[in-house]
Write a protein of this length. Structure first.
Length: 217
């Protein structure tokens, strides 16, 4: 049933996935340059949260073919992972007494329109290369917020689709009913047509033919 099938890798067209990949690459760079992998457990936690945010979008999108509930659950997990990662960046800025860019900060105002246009992780890798930990942490926070907004929109869409069309099992059941109904209608037409005998006036067995010896009986 083609309507339930997705092309391999088509999740990459999702803006939420593209943005989550940017978050992952920024986080990988950040922990490699500013955290002590040998003594700081935050390294693994931040990388795992960034990975979970990305991978659960992939798994949820793929599972959508078989279960809308699974799609919803995994997308919510992705959102939760990125919210956890957001907290880690905010903690880092606070405990290191670094500035958290407010919404009126000149750098914040400059970043917002740029980041809304770019979903290419390579572009972000170029932007953060050589920057300070304060800059990169703030950049990550902005990108995470934008990703979370996209995920909330995706979750709303999943919920709306479920309310309007039902879950995958329900959709398959309805499709099966339509298929059976169409087949039954076709079979009925075939049977009805087979019962119709053409009335040929030249047929000697035609009861309305005056030459039929049984015509007057």
């Amino acid at each position: 049933m083609e309507q339930y099938q997705k092309k391999p890798g088509s999740y990459k067209s999702l803006k939420a996935y593209q943005k989550s990949e940017c978050v992952y690459d920024i986080t990988y760079y950040f922990v490699e340059h500013f955290l002590d992998r040998g003594h700081d457990r935050t390294v693994d936690q931040m990388q795992q949260a960034a990975r979970s945010g990305k991978q659960n979008i992939v798994e949820g999108y793929s599972d959508a073919e078989g279960s809308s509930a699974s799609h919803h659950k995994l997308t919510v997990i992705a959102k939760g992972s990125l919210e956890e990662l957001l907290e880690d960046y905010e903690d880092y800025l606070r405990v290191h007494q670094l500035e958290r860019w407010g919404q009126q900060h000149p750098k914040y105002l400059a970043c917002i329109p740029l980041f809304q246009k770019h979903n290419d992780s390579e572009w972000y890798r170029r932007q953060i290369d050589g920057r300070s930990d304060e800059d990169i942490a703030n950049i990550a926070i902005i990108v995470i917020h934008q990703t979370l907004a996209l995920l909330r929109g995706l979750i709303d869409k999943i919920d709306r689709t479920f309310l309007e069309e039902g879950g995958i099992k329900e959709q398959r059941f309805q499709a099966r009913l339509r298929y059976r109904s169409q087949n039954n209608q076709r079979d009925s037409r075939v049977i009805r047509n087979s019962r119709e005998i053409p009335k040929n006036p030249n047929n000697p067995n035609n009861p309305k033919d005056p030459n039929n010896p049984y015509h007057n009986i």
